[in-house]
Design a protein around this ligand. Structure first.
Ligand code: AMP
Length: 454
């Protein structure tokens, strides 16, 4: 576990951290501080209470130490949706910058702007502001944002809910293009994802606690033998209510070609395909149709879907487990709207189990594992609830027995592939029940009933 002292931050900031009483970085700080110190843009998915404020203030204050303060020219701007939050952030900044010359001015409506102007005049390295009042100051002249090096949008989703998005865009127009941008939000609705896309450059995604989309996304893992993925997916989707706009990610073009007609038939919908081999014009048409809703079902390869910034989907399907947690979060984040929840389905072949478990671990939450009732799994043991949770494996996993030779085999080959010759379920030995018989238990004397010796 990282310590604040392990980070390349100035002793002045470290001293303040000590005085404030932070012993160790909280998870969001551990994730966000190092890349921020390196100059990267950040999308931080974290709710209030996770320590996100210090996660952006510590590296910003440290970064500002290298430069000089100027009147009316803040070098860091933090936008917050409410005056309470703005005040809290400003208080935090005062505390963390207490051994430095860095000055923070808090700007919000409903109070005399004169005092805030005095602040600008005395030097304002950091401005923490609500958007409306900041725009008022900007329109009066004097205050300029052209020297902002760090731009933070805090609680961006609440900013969106409060209708501040147009204001935020106007403020962004005043900022220099060369800057570092950090956006923090507990959820990632469609409009915000769009905003993030337009104002951040190659951001690092830092996520803790609740997954950004988790409140509105029903995530599910479906373990299934590789060769049964298409069949299982068609089965699941046939039963699925609320299919509205479905995006399935596949790894290869061949898979996109195979899957699209199967899903089209199962769902009685036209299915579009998107892969790199298609002419650009056709790709653009497909994307446009999917975006405007005339096409409801799209099967896309990872590569072709890279720049496909479409959110607000009812269902996202990971036909294959994504290679990184970031990809997983990014994809699932495309579903789930403010008003309705979305569904994120991930199919997991045995060879992908480790990847899926790693994604869960990194996200710090467990995705419910589903076994589809009535589906003919060709491998009875491949019930993810057993294999995804290694600690339960011992209790229920049984040896696999070759139907012909009767030889016991491990369920996977050394290369991680699933063995396919099994005895039918009814012939497989049931593990011995660990439950002790009730009768035995009743007959057993409790300690106080036992005769004491002597
Ligand atoms: P925030 O999510 O920024 O509102 O922070 C929630 C609370 O966590 C605040 O009261 C902070 O003072 C506190 N906090 C932030 N970082 C740390 C840390 N590393 N250790 C202990 N408390 C912290």
């Amino acid at each position: 576990m990282l310590n604040f002292q392990d980070l390349p931050i100035s002793p002045k900031v470290l001293d303040a951290i000590e005085v404030v009483g932070y012993e160790k970085p909280l998870p969001i700080q551990e994730l966000a501080i190092p890349p921020t110190l390196e100059g990267r843009d950040i999308v931080g998915c974290a709710q209030t209470g996770t320590g996100k404020t210090a996660a952006f203030l510590i590296p910003i204050i440290d970064g500002l130490l290298a430069g000089k303060s100027r009147r009316y020219r803040p070098r860091a701007l933090v936008l917050a949706p409410t005056r309470e939050l703005a005040q809290q952030v400003a208080d935090h900044a005062h505390e963390l910058a207490q051994f430095t010359n860095i000055k923070t001015v808090c700007v919000y409506g409903g109070v005399d702007p004169g005092e805030q102007e005095v602040g600008f005049q005395q030097g304002c390295d950091i401005i923490v502001a609500t958007p409306g009042r900041l725009l008022d100051h900007l329109s009066k002249g004097g205050l300029r944002l052209n020297e902002v090096e760090y731009f933070v949008i805090d609680e961006a989703d609440r900013m969106l809910d409060a209708g501040f998005l147009p204001d935020v865009r106007r403020i962004v127009d005043e900022l220099p293009a060369r800057r570092q941008t950090l956006l923090f939000s507990a959820t990632m609705p469609q409009e915000m994802a769009k905003l993030a896309h337009s104002i951040l450059s190659d951001p690092i995604r830092c996520q803790v606690g609740e997954v950004s989309s988790r409140d509105t996304v029903d995530e599910r893992f479906y373990p299934v033998p590789e060769h049964q993925k298409t069949e299982l997916l068609a089965w699941v989707l046939k039963e699925e209510p609320g299919l509205d706009r479905v995006l399935a990610f596949v790894r290869t073009r061949a898979k996109a070609r195979e899957l699209a007609p199967v899903l089209a038939q199962a769902l009685h919908m036209e299915a579009g395909q998107l892969h790199a081999e298609m002419p650009q014009e056709e790709r653009n048409e497909t994307i446009a149709a999917f975006r405007d809703g005339s096409l409801k079902l799209l099967v896309a390869t990872d590569v072709a879907s890279r720049g496909l910034d479409i959110t607000g989907l009812s269902h996202v399907i990971n036909y294959d487990v994504p290679n990184t947690t970031d990809d997983y979060i990014h994809r699932t984040g495309r579903t789930g709207r403010v008003d309705r929840s979305g569904v994120a389905i991930t199919l997991i072949a045995p060879r992908e189990l480790n990847l899926a478990t790693a994604i869960e671990a990194e996200m710090r939450h467990t995705v419910p594992t589903k076994r589809v009732a009535g589906f003919n799994y060709e491998m009875d043991e491949y019930d993810g609830s057993v294999l995804l949770r290694p600690q339960r494996r011992k209790q229920t996993a049984q040896p696999f027995v070759d139907r012909k030779t009767g030889k016991k085999e491990k369920p996977f080959t050394s290369s991680g592939h699933l063995r396919r010759k099994f005895r039918p379920e009814e012939e497989v030995e049931k593990p011995k029940s660990k439950k002790r018989s009730l009768k035995k238990l009743l007959n057993k004397k409790l300690p106080h009933q036992r005769k004491r010796k002597g």
